[in-house]
Ligand binder design. Sequence first.
Ligand SMILES: [Zn+2]
Length: 551
Amino acid sequence: MYRLAALSLLFCAAPAIAATAPPPASALESITPAELMAPIKILSSDEFAGRAPTTAGETKTIHYLRKRFKEMGLEPAWHGKYFQTVPLTEITAHPADFTVTGGGETTTLDYLTDEVAVTKREQETVAVKDSPMVFAGFGIQAPEFDWNDFAGVDVKGKTIVVLVNDPGYYNPDLFHGKNMTYYGRWTYKYEEAARQGAEAVLVVHQTGPAGYGWGVVRNSWSGHQFQITREDKNMGRAAIEGWITHDMAVKLFRQAGLDFAEAKAAALEPGFEAIPLGLKFSVTLHSDISHKKSHNVIAMLPGRERPGEAIVYSAHWDHLGTNATVEGDNIFNGAVDDGSGIGALLALAKAFTLVSPRPERSVVFLATTSEEQGLLGAKYYANHPAIPLAQTVADINMDIMNVYGRTHDLTVIGLNKSELSEWLVIAARAEGMRLEPYPHPETGMFYRTDLLAFARHGVPSIVTASGHDYIGRPDGWGDKIWAEYFAHHYHKPADEIGSNWDLSGLAQQTRALFRLGYSLAESDAWPEWYKGVSFRAARQAQRAPVPATSN
Ligand SMILES: [Zn+2]
């Protein structure tokens, strides 16, 4: 039902869209499997060592990208340069156990087994001592949903324990049901905790609502962490940002004389009031801190009519590097993630140089750093854009694209969030594809790619994933091959070019995205977020005419 309603809505395209002529065939035809494969082969080779930011792998990668952009005759888009320096702070927290006292007991939570914690504060030692613990439900303050987990409670200097995801995951009548809102992301929970003045935040992990297992949490929150270097040294953040396992939450609530499941059920009721647990939390975290530089690579094709307005194509060049603790092959080659996206970015850049005369609006090609570290390069770009975001029409993001052959469909993460979907319907149809919604919106995938950095600043953004309905393959073949990718290759050394690759599918998907960007670049339309989408307000504020000032 949902899908039928969604697609019929999409086919009522606004007249502004149909007015654009199709792109020149020579440009489209330049996007070939061979063209796409060349950069993937180079960037995913062992020589590039998994493209970790600030390593020799970065140097090789960004120089390769600069060379390619230069050869194409594209302009350097950042103050006369292709490289945009992104200042990073690297914090490596030493292992530290938690202690929770109260209810006549002391519980020790073992690092990695029961908990993980980091600090974003640039401090070598961060100590939290006997901080009162409060269960703050989902840790959400959302006026538009009439929801406030902090109503009537002061959590300043306290440790809050919060649930992952948002209430809609459990109740279709709350928030946007299974379509996770930004309030469901852990990034939001840490941000809100800081606004509330909390000293520490512990998110309770549960595999279903998190969208991934404890192993992913453990790996992502241990070892070194990068963040964008800030003047305030992140002292405005909570001192400790951590996770605990569900089992440990059950145990700690029992220690507090409470039942975790009952407390969780209470947190789903509108009007929920935070529950003081009568427990005290302590941890001392020692960290090594160093300052480094990484780089986004940015090229531009200036528009012939309105060069001050831009369409941005983005893909991340970075991946996970190497891991000495892995036996055997320990290079995370990142051929699909995101070699495929960078391959598409370069093919698109070349295709646009074949459009004559150039499109009316500028087209920016952005290869971001440190996506895997928390979208850092994209966030930095959003605060330091080549063309102001108020004049940026859209971000078309590419991350993990189709490498297994041509499809009848194209999956859109965040379909029906903005009018960009209506433009994409037409572009995809011209390449023989219908649009399908992402099958697991509850995992919050929309908030886990670079486009979030643009969306949060109001810029309509879209990211496509591979379709699953493969031409000439039996039903279920696409689901199977992608399940296999995510189980055995994704974020593993085995993310390499496979003997089962067929880049005719990547060419098809990239051509559709070329058509999308071309139609936007030849138009004077400003696609909008749909009503009810939280990014809409930011865009309206950004695009509002500046009132004339009188002296
Ligand atoms: Zn990626």
